[in-house]
Design a protein around this ligand. Structure first.
Ligand SMILES: [Zn+2]
Length: 71
């Protein structure tokens, strides 16, 4: 019986955690879709930070461009 209660508690904790993680982070005064834009060092394309590849403080649009720039 104690095992069942533990499973239920863990499930609730996981659901709450996922809800917390899924909550969109919004900066006050900015539109929700106005995400931080970064520029690819190789081709100069602008893309959202969440979609960019970050390497050594540099941003790239794809793995190929990251490799090309870093040699
Ligand atoms: Zn690129």
């Amino acid at each position: 019986m104690a095992k069942l209660i533990l499973i239920v508690l863990v499930t609730i904790a996981l659901v709450l955690w996922f809800k917390h993680m899924a909550r969109p982070r919004r900066h006050p005064g900015s539109r929700p879709e106005a995400e931080d834009m970064v520029r690819c060092r190789v081709c100069g394309v602008n893309l959202p930070r969440s979609e960019a590849l970050l390497s050594q403080g540099r941003t790239y649009c794809c793995e190929e461009h990251r490799r090309r720039d870093l040699g």
